[in-house]
Design a protein around this ligand. Structure first.
Ligand code: SAM
Ligand code: SF4
Length: 335
């Protein structure tokens, strides 16, 4: 009988039922807010989790109450053994989903369907081909755009993530919302967040309040509908009446959703992060490889979780480069 003791409950009463697993540090794009042009310093291959290790660690979490696993990266789909990873994780009693930049996602439709994956989050920061190239430093707009349409046609539930950067794509907020008129997708505007090496400054961030200013100017009050957010949802959801899709704002900077946080993160080199903003990590992989139980380490990491944003509980603290440079870049955390 599996011991379902509450090792995933933290000191603030939050139960962690959601594990995000980063499968890879590498990526086929170079989004400016996420990765430097030359890429990031990669872990040696021997330090990365194999598919068996990913399964073993995931299973331990599932045995202790995780019901949702999202695969991310880097770009998860460029990992060569992704089909085996999906097959193995699909045997666990969890909702399995994936976050991808969608550049090559068309190759995976059958594999997703065979493994019960029907929720896919895709990143797209601009509907303009030149701007897309500017932000991702790659020429892949058409593949991503067409793949979003394809995923919808194939019946997947698609959320599109757009990180907003002032003066760059905030003038596309309404275009993005209008993209949901005939397409049943959810566009999620993400407040630009600080991570190591991404040259964050608060003035580049477009806040929840500013997004709503654009929306309120473009649409009449009666046509803007506030939707019910799902439990533990990080987004505030809205729709324009009559539109097939919806939009949302993920405001981790101005309005953190830490109270209802139920997430833990596992990096591709097997480190547990108890918060996206946390500066510390717990090494599960070395312990697993030594043949010992990872349960006590998980429990300790969960207990050490700060109430708000890895301890950066004020915007002032978030603005201190010293504090966020203790964290990794987003591509090696797994967003
Ligand atoms: N490569 C995949 C993708 O782009 O969807 C998965 C990994 S990516 C790190 C996951 C998400 O993190 C993306 O939606 C991306 O836009 C978001 N992200 C990366 N850096 C960010 C930052 N500084 N602030 C806010 N979101 C960020
Ligand atoms: Fe790659 Fe995703 Fe980071 Fe862009 S946001 S560089 S697609 S990992």
């Amino acid at each position: 009988m599996i011991n379902k003791s509450k090792i995933l409950r933290d000191q603030h009463g939050r139960d962690h039922a959601y594990l995000r697993i980063s499968l890879i540090e590498r990526c086929n794009l170079r989004c400016t807010y996420c990765m430097p042009e030359e890429g990031v310093k990669l872990s040696p291959k021997s330090h990365l989790m194999t598919y068996e290790e990913i399964y073993d660690i995931a299973k331990t979490f599932v045995d202790h109450g995780v019901t949702k696993i999202r695969l991310t990266g880097g770009e998860p789909l460029i990992r060569k053994d992704i089909p085996i990873i999906l097959e193995k994780l699909a045997t666990l009693p969890v909702e399995l989903s994936i976050t991808s930049n969608a550049v090559i996602i068309d190759r995976f439709v059958d594999i997703f369907k065979a493994n019960g994956i029907n929720k896919i989050n895709v990143s797209l920061d601009s509907l303009n081909e030149n701007k897309f190239k500017h932000i991702t430093r790659r020429h892949e707009f058409k593949s991503v755009y067409n793949n979003i349409l394809m995923l919808v046609k194939e019946g997947f539930t698609v959320k599109v993530n757009a990180v907003l950067i002032k003066g760059f794509n905030d003038n596309e907020i309404i275009d993005f919302i209008n993209f949901t008129k005939d397409l049943p997708i959810s566009i999620r505007f993400i407040e630009f967040m600080p991570f190591d090496g991404n040259k964050w400054d608060m003035s580049k961030m477009v806040s929840y309040a500013e997004v709503m200013e654009y929306v309120n100017k473009a649409f009449s009050k009666n046509s803007i509908e506030r939707l019910q957010d799902a439990p533990n949802d990080t987004a505030k959801n809205y729709k324009i009446k009559g539109y097939k899709g919806s939009f949302a704002i993920i405001s981790s900077v101005t309005n953190p959703f830490c109270d209802s946080c139920n997430r833990l993160r596992l990096t591709a080199n097997g480190q547990l992060k108890n918060c996206l903003f946390s500066a510390t990590e717990s090494d599960l992989l070395t312990t697993l490889r030594s043949g010992k139980s990872i349960v006590p380490i998980i429990q300790k990491a969960v207990q050490a979780k700060f109430k708000v944003r890895g301890g950066m509980n004020t915007i002032k603290k978030l603005q201190e480069p010293k504090l966020h440079s203790k964290n990794r870049s987003m591509t090696t955390i797994g967003g």
